[in-house]
Design a protein around this ligand. Structure first.
Ligand code: PRP
Ligand code: MN
Ligand code: MG
Length: 178
């Protein structure tokens, strides 16, 4: 059998810090979307916990759908080729759409996503990212709602994986490779 070696994990954001950040973001979203129907679009898989926690604090009428994008390349670096593996099931034409992402790193996933969704003529299209990692940005792109900002480093937990592991951790950790 092959056993994957354990990574060294250094705490970066505790579950409490994440929860407080999600609450702050929900407060901003509730304020900005007063009186409109909101469509949250979670980007699988990384955003599954974030959107689950965020949507439970949204107080405007809300629908939820998911997309799955994946970039080819190594587990720690995006190749820039973004493949659409699962599309939305709800039409976004004329809808107020808020993309929910766990992290913006190079920005290539988000760039591809915004390009695809703008063509479908939503009433509005904004982005909420739990984590903004600006150090490795390759395209000039920013989220409208940003939870936490960090410098370079590979992180796991709260939806974020390394080779599909560690998504279930309640907090967020810097992974140190042995
Ligand atoms: C990760 C993360 C973001 C994206 C950010 O997803 O969840 O979606 O990369 O990277 P970028 O800004 O450099 O494009 P990944 O493609 O690893 O898929 P996953 O969500 O299923 O882990
Ligand atoms: Mn992702
Ligand atoms: Mg990933």
């Amino acid at each position: 059998f092959f056993f994957m070696s354990e990574l060294n994990l250094k705490p970066l954001y505790s579950a409490e810090t994440v929860a407080a950040t999600v609450t702050r973001l929900a407060t901003e979203i509730n304020r900005d979307y007063q009186g409109v129907d909101l469509l949250l679009v979670g980007i699988l898989k990384g955003s599954f916990l974030f959107i689950a926690d965020l949507c439970r604090q949204i107080e405007v009428p809300v629908s939820i759908d998911f997309m799955r994008l994946a970039s080819y390349g190594s587990e720690t670096q995006s190749s820039g080729i973004i493949e659409l593996r699962k599309d939305l099931e709800i039409s976004i034409r004329g809808r107020h759409v808020l993309i929910v992402e766990d992290i913006i790193d190079s920005g290539l996933t988000l760039q591809s996503l915004l390009h695809r969704l703008r063509e479908r003529q939503p009433a509005s299209l904004k982005v909420c990212a739990l984590i903004d990692k600006r150090a490795r940005r390759e395209v000039d792109i920013e989220a409208d709602y940003v939870g936490l900002t960090m410098d370079d480093g590979f992180i796991v937990g709260y939806g974020l994986d390394y080779d599909e592991r560690y998504r279930n951790l309640p907090g967020i950790y810097i992974a140190e490779f042995p």
